[in-house]
Ligand binder design. Structure first.
Ligand code: NAI
Length: 447
C-alpha cells in the first residue's frame, strides 16, 4: 500500500511536484523530475526569471538544460509561476532549492532564503505533502524548517526531508540523472516511499539510495564537498612542489590517482577551488563543527592555502614579466570553471583582481561569463568578444578557466597575437614543449 495519493497510469507514477527556487539546482531538479513523468510547477520570487522561463529561456548557461526543459513544457508537464497558492496547494512534494550563501562577515551559512521559503509555503501546504530540503543546509535545518512551517500555518503532521544535491554546474543534467547516490534523510518511511516514487527511474536502474537521519544527510553533503576541496588543495600544493623540483605534476597526479583508493578525479591542479559551493560549504562546515564544540583543522588549512593561491600565482607572473605595473594581460576565462557562466567565488575573478591591484591592464574573454563577471569587476577590466582580441598586443596570456575552446588555440596563434612571449597556463591545457617550440615561454601549474 502506498502512503500517498499517487495515480498509476500507463505513463507510470505521476505525482504533483512543486520546486521553490529556479536556480541551477532548482531548475535542473524541476526539469529532470518532469522528465520522469511528473507534473512540476516551479516557483521563484524573481518575476523576470519566471517570465523568461515561460518564454522557454533558461536564465543561465547550463548545457542540455534548455532542450530538456522545452521538451517537458511541450508535453504539458512543466509550468512556472510566482503564485504560491498555485504552486503549492496541490503539491505532494515541495522542494526547497533556494540559495544558502556564505555570510561575508563571518563565513556562517545564511539561511534567510530557506526560512523565508518555509514561511511562504507553510499556509498552502496540504496535509499529505512532504517538504524536501534540496539546498545545502547546516545540521539541524530540516528540524528548524519543520518548526517554521508549523509556526506559520502548515499541518502539524508535515515532514521535512533532507535530500542534498551533488550535481556539478556544467554537467548538471547528467549528474542529476546519473547520481552516484541519492541520500534521503528522514525518519518517515512514508516520505522515503514518496521520494522513491519521484525518482522511480533511478529505482528501476538500481541506483544507490542511502536512507539516513536528516542530520546525517545534511552532514554528508558538507563532508563530501569539504573532502573534494581538500583533495584539490592537496594536488595544488603538490603542483607547486613539482614546479620547484622541475617535474610534471600531471605524471605524478596520474600515478597517485591510479590507486583505486584515491582515484583520478579532483586531482587536476588549477588556480584554486571556487564556485558557488566549495568555498561556502567548507566555511559552512567549520561553523557546523564549531557549533557542536568541534574543529576541523584540515579543512581550515585547505581554505587558508586556497585563499593564498591567486596571490602566489600573481607573484610568479609578476616575476616573469618583471613587474605587472602597466603590463597588458590577456586573460582567458572568468567563470569558476568551464561550461558554466557562474562567477561566484571564481578563482579567475580573484586573479583578475590581483592583476589589476598590481597595476596591470586586464583584457578578458569568457565565452559565457562576461556579463556576470561585469557585475563583480565592473570597469576595472576590459571585456572582449574573442580570445584573439584578448591576446592581441598583450604582454602575457593567462588561462584562468578550462573552456575546451581555449585548448584549441594553436601555439602559433599565441605567437602571432601576443606582443610578449609568456603563456601562463593555470589550467594546464597545453603541452609545455609545444608552446616552447613556438618560441614562447610557458608557465603552468606544476609542469
Ligand atoms: P541560485 O542562486 O542559482 O538559485 C536560487 C534561486 O532561488 C534564485 O532564482 C532565487 O531567486 C530563488 N529564491 C530565493 N528565495 C526564494 C523564495 N523565498 N521563494 C522562491 N524562490 C526563491 O542557487 P543554486 O546554485 O541553485 O543553489 C541552491 C542551493 O543548492 C544552495 O544551497 C546550494 O549550495 C545548493 N547546491 C548548489 C549546487 C550548484 O552547483 N549550484 C550544487 C549542489 C547544491
Amino acid at each position: 500500500m502506498l502512503g500517498c495519493p499517487i495515480r498509476l497510469t500507463e505513463k507510470g507514477l505521476i505525482m504533483e511536484i512543486c520546486v521553490i527556487g529556479a536556480g541551477y539546482v532548482g531548475l535542473v531538479t524541476a526539469v529532470c523530475v518532469a522528465d520522469f513523468g511528473h507534473n512540476v510547477c516551479c516557483l521563484d520570487i524573481d518575476e523576470e526569471r519566471i517570465e523568461s522561463l515561460k518564454r522557454g529561456e533558461v536564465p543561465f548557461y547550463e548545457p542540455g538544460l534548455s532542450e530538456l526543459m522545452r521538451k517537458n513544457i511541450d508535453r504539458g508537464r512543466f509550468n512556472f509561476t510566482v503564485n504560491l497558492r498555485v504552486a503549492v496547494s496541490d503539491a505532494e512534494v515541495v522542494y526547497i532549492s533556494v540559495g544558502t550563501p556564505m555570510n561575508p562577515a563571518d563565513g556562517t551559512v545564511d539561511l534567510k532564503y530557506v526560512e523565508a521559503a518555509a514561511r511562504d509555503i507553510a499556509p498552502y501546504l496540504s496535509a499529505n505533502a512532504i517538504v524536501v530540503d534540496k539546498s545545502t543546509v547546516p545540521v539541524g535545518t530540516a528540524r528548524m524548517v519543520e518548526r517554521t512551517l508549523v509556526e506559520n500555518g502548515a499541518p502539524e503532521s508535515v515532514v521535512v526531508v533532507s535530500n542534498p544535491e551533488f550535481l556539478r554546474e556544467g554537467t548538471a543534467v547528467k549528474d542529476f540523472l546519473e547520481p552516484d547516490r541519492i541520500v534521503i534523510g528522514t525518519d518517515s518511511k512514508d516520505a522515503v516511499e514518496k521520494l522513491k516514487h519521484v525518482y522511480h527511474p533511478m529505482v528501476d536502474e538500481g541506483r544507490d539510495f542511502l536512507i539516513t537521519s536528516p542530520e546525517a544527510a545534511e552532514l554528508i553533503k558538507y563532508a563530501s564537498n569539504a573532502f573534494l576541496a581538500v583533495k584539490l588543495t592537496f594536488i595544488n600544493e603538490i603542483a607547486l612542489v613539482a614546479d620547484r623540483i622541475g617535474l610534471d605534476v600531471l605524471d605524478v597526479a596520474r600515478g597517485v590517482g591510479m590507486d583505486k583508493r584515491i582515484g583520478q578525479k579532483y586531482l587536476k591542479p588549477g588556480p584554486g577551488f571556487g564556485g558557488s559551493c566549495l568555498p561556502k560549504d567548507t566555511n559552512g562546515l567549520l561553523h557546523i563543527a564549531k557549533a557542536f564544540g568541534g574543529s576541523l583543522r584540515l579543512v581550515e588549512t585547505a581554505i587558508d592555502v586556497n585563499d593564498g593561491i591567486a596571490s602566489r600565482l600573481s607573484d610568479r607572473l609578476e616575476k616573469a614579466l618583471d613587474g605587472l605595473d602597466g603590463k597588458k594581460i590577456g586573460q582567458l576565462g572568468l567563470a569558476f570553471k568551464g561550461n558554466t557562466d557562474d562567477v561566484r567565488y571564481s578563482p579567475a575573478i580573484t586573479l583578475a583582481n590581483e592583476f589589476v591591484n598590481r597595476g596591470a591592464i586586464v583584457i578578458a574573454f569568457d565565452p559565457e561569463a562576461s556579463q556576470l563577471a561585469k557585475r563583480v569587476l565592473g570597469d576595472t577590466i576590459t571585456y572582449v568578444g574573442s580570445a584573439k582580441e584578448a591576446l592581441s598586443g598583450s604582454d602575457a596570456a593567462v588561462i584562468a578557466t578550462e573552456w575546451n575552446e581555449f585548448g584549441e588555440i594553436q601555439p602559433a596563434e599565441f605567437r602571432e597575437w601576443l606582443a610578449g612571449d609568456l603563456v601562463a597556463d593555470f589550467r594546464n591545457l597545453f603541452i609545455p614543449a609545444e608552446i616552447k617550440n613556438a618560441g614562447l615561454k610557458y608557465m603552468g601549474m606544476g609542469r
